[in-house]
Design a binder for this molecule. Structure first.
Ligand SMILES: Cc1ncc(COP(=O)(O)O)c(C=O)c1O
Length: 350
């Protein structure tokens, strides 16, 4: 069973009271839908959509970057960034567990002719400067050309300390590499780190931020970076089929999320901590908590059985046979959290 498993029985949806599979399951609330309905739109491929233009400019300004580009997904944001920084035969140094390497179907290699060079993560989820230096290719026709370091924060929910990120970026820059940050959960990271957005974003040349995860928008990411690079990114987005027309209805959801949903991420983190503590008290397995994510490894290894029983109680959890991921998000309020805890207690007799 994939870690990313869908509802096998769609008829079961009305009985789902609490969906912890991911923060991507969040649905636009009434206020966001009103913002979407009210959006003034135009053809964004012509650059005519006012909402898209505002979203791009606003998020770029928040990150301290010159320009932004609205793209349909985080995967496309990362790929477009790689296509801007690298040509065919170039290489990206990346974490072996990072989404770009592990979960994007090797798109950089398949579509852009770019090699990915995975490194093991450090204990904090970052990339060790020495490992980056060792991964750099000598100037030799046998090798691809080291061109880009691709970082990520948060990583599996972990907020990597700024000093670690800074040291990794410095090792890359000393060798003339550019730095990209996959900030799918950028705002979770800065919430946990307690730093301004520009402190984290400033470590990278380009940053991709997802609006469709904990921020609760239905679709979309923004790639932010230098104006000239973002001009080129527009062509790559077009090549990848990511040019959208009256995308303002989606951008309006993103703008609404940036204005109204960032502050709520701290509550998701706090609920994750409460949930993790309640699970730990059951003594039924190993528990760890990172920002808005809780990971549970059942001591009895009966993951599939647990998943089935919890779904019968209206609770959906992540897939897989090892650590089970559960993600707190804005569609889980205190009542939802209480339901999740009660379902686990009922299962384990706690
Ligand atoms: C760290 C990270 N990067 C990128 C992505 C890709 O985002 P999308 O699903 O919008 O393509 C995800 C998705 O979960 C992610 O967790």
């Amino acid at each position: 069973m994939s870690v990313y498993s869908g509802l096998t029985d769609p008829a079961a949806r009305p009985n789902i009271l609490c969906d912890l599979r991911s923060d991507t399951v969040t649905r636009p609330d009434a206020a966001m839908r009103r913002a979407m309905a009210a959006a003034e739109v135009g053809d964004d491929v012509y650059g005519d959509d006012p909402e898209v233009n505002l979203l791009q400019a606003e998020l770029a300004a928040m990150l301290g970057k010159e320009a932004g580009l609205f793209v349909p997904s985080g995967t496309q944001g990362n790929l477009v960034a790689i296509m801007c920084h690298c040509g065919r035969g170039d290489e990206v140094i990346v974490g072996a567990d990072y989404h770009v390497f592990h979960d994007e179907a090797a798109g950089a290699s398949v579509l852009a002719g770019v090699a990915l060079h995975p490194l093991p993560l450090t204990a904090t989820g970052g990339l060790a400067p020495d490992a980056i230096r060792r991964a750099l290719r000598p100037d030799d026709p046998h090798y691809p050309v080291s061109r880009l370091l691709s970082l990520e924060n948060t990583v599996g929910g972990r907020a990597i300390p700024l000093d670690d990120m800074r040291a990794s970026a410095a090792a890359a820059r000393e060798a003339g590499l550019a730095v990209h940050l996959d900030g799918a959960r950028f705002f979770n990271a800065i919430t946990a780190l307690g730093c301004p957005a520009t402190d984290l974003a400033g470590l990278a040349d380009t940053v991709s931020v997802c609006l469709s995860k904990g921020l609760g928008a239905p679709v979309g990411s923004v790639l932010a970076g230098p104006a000239g690079l973002i001009d080129r990114a527009r062509r790559h987005r077009k090549i990848l089929g990511g040019g959208m027309r009256q995308a303002g209805v989606l951008a309006a959801a993103g703008r609404h999320a940036l204005r109204h949903h960032v502050a709520g991420l701290a509550a998701d983190h706090a609920r994750a901590r409460t949930f993790a503590d309640a699970l730990a008290a059951l003594g039924a397995g190993r528990v760890r908590c990172e920002t808005n994510m809780v990971f549970f490894t059942p001591a009895d290894g009966a993951n599939a059985h647990l998943r089935k029983r919890l779904s019968e109680r209206g609770l959906l959890i992540g897939g897989g046979s090892g650590e089970i991921r559960m993600v707190l998000h804005r569609d889980i309020d205190d009542a939802g959290l209480a339901h999740a805890i009660a379902a686990f207690r009922a299962h384990y007799g706690g």
